[in-house]
Design a protein around this ligand. Structure first.
Ligand code: SF4
Ligand code: SF4
Length: 310
């Protein structure tokens, strides 16, 4: 465990935020590591109990770690939460099979991990503290910690919203044994707005702001489900091929979304211009080449062809 005076904590905190900015992160905040609130714990276990995680069975595992971030790193004192904008400057034409914006560029796991490892290395070398980097795959309640760290609030669309900047952001964390003064949690809510609840094609969202019912979410079905799609999907998916951005596009917080400054998220022409016929006739070697550094490889070629189905 690294212990430092409150003055050096303040200096480290500033230096870490500056380093995060230098690495291209759009927001960075600190929260005291520990258990999530009883309310957050209850909401998550209710979501699992209702089977609203659907085919994402991994969500059932490591619940003890999800509830207590100190189980990820012994003696953890701080969760450093960061956000990286992925809003694309160029978009697909509406007549081609639609891909969620987050998958236009390179796989965020690779891009965020590389940046987070640099941030973690900076912390270790500057302070001697231990670190653990998390990007989506670790069992950590990333939206909860981002809200605790003051960088946004969780909307009815179940996404972290950065006030004035929207929700087209990837999240990542560095958990560390370094003790830092926490930022103030962001106390904001959607208020009376329910545009995303109304706009959701599958009826996956609720006015109560419960976690989305993944069995009714197109993003989950088109990306996570293996084998046949449920019958309702054919009538709801329109020309979506991979994911769904409806609950973000309708959100007033995204009205002023600014394009990402991260070159690795720049839309790849070859992906933006894919037609239904390109996908229907795509071979495995073509798929492997086009999606080598893309999150879309997760769906596999069979998955894309299935999603194209009438
Ligand atoms: S991603 Fe689409 S289907 Fe899923 S909750 Fe949002 S609007 Fe609904
Ligand atoms: S559309 Fe409205 S209710 Fe939904 S997340 Fe945005 S502000 Fe909240």
């Amino acid at each position: 465990m690294a212990t430092h005076s409150s003055q050096s904590q303040c200096t480290f905190k500033q230096a870490i935020k500056e380093k995060a900015c230098e690495l291209g992160f759009d927001a960075c905040g600190m929260a005291r590591a520990g258990r999530v609130s009883a309310e957050a714990q209850r909401r998550y276990s209710d979501w699992i109990a209702r089977q609203h995680h659907d085919c994402m069975t991994y969500a059932e595992r490591y619940c003890d770690v999800r509830d207590d971030v100190t189980l990820l790193l012994p003696d953890a004192k701080t969760v450093i939460s960061v956000a990286l904008n992925y809003y694309p400057e160029a978009k697909q034409r509406p007549d081609v099979p639609q891909i969620a914006y987050y998958a236009y560029g390179n796989d965020y796991h690779e891009v965020l991990r590389a940046k987070l490892l640099q941030l973690a290395q900076f912390i270790e070398q500057t302070t001697g503290a231990a670190t653990r980097v998390c990007v989506d795959t670790a069992p950590i309640r990333e939206k909860y910690w981002a809200q605790q760290a003051g960088i946004g609030f969780v909307g009815r669309n179940n996404l972290l919203i950065l006030p004035g900047r929207g929700s087209f952001f990837f999240l990542g964390e560095v958990v560390t044994t370094l003790e830092l003064e926490p930022d103030a949690p962001l106390e904001m809510s959607c208020g009376a707005c329910h545009r995303c609840v109304d706009a959701c094609p599958g009826g996956a969202l609720s006015l109560e702001g419960d976690a989305a019912d993944a069995s009714r979410c197109l993003s989950c079905q088109l990306i996570e489900r293996r084998g046949e799609l449920p019958e309702w999907v054919a009538g709801a998916k329109g020309n979506r091929l991979y994911g769904c951005d409806e609950c973000q596009l309708c959100c007033p917080h995204n009205a002023q979304a600014q394009p990402t400054g991260e070159p690795l998220f720049a839309p790849r022409e070859e992906i933006l211009n894919l037609t239904a016929s390109d996908i229907a006739t795509m071979t495995q070697p073509e798929f492997s080449r086009i999606f080598a550094h893309s999150a879309i490889k997760r769906a596999k070629l069979d998955g894309l062809k299935r999603n194209l189905g009438k």
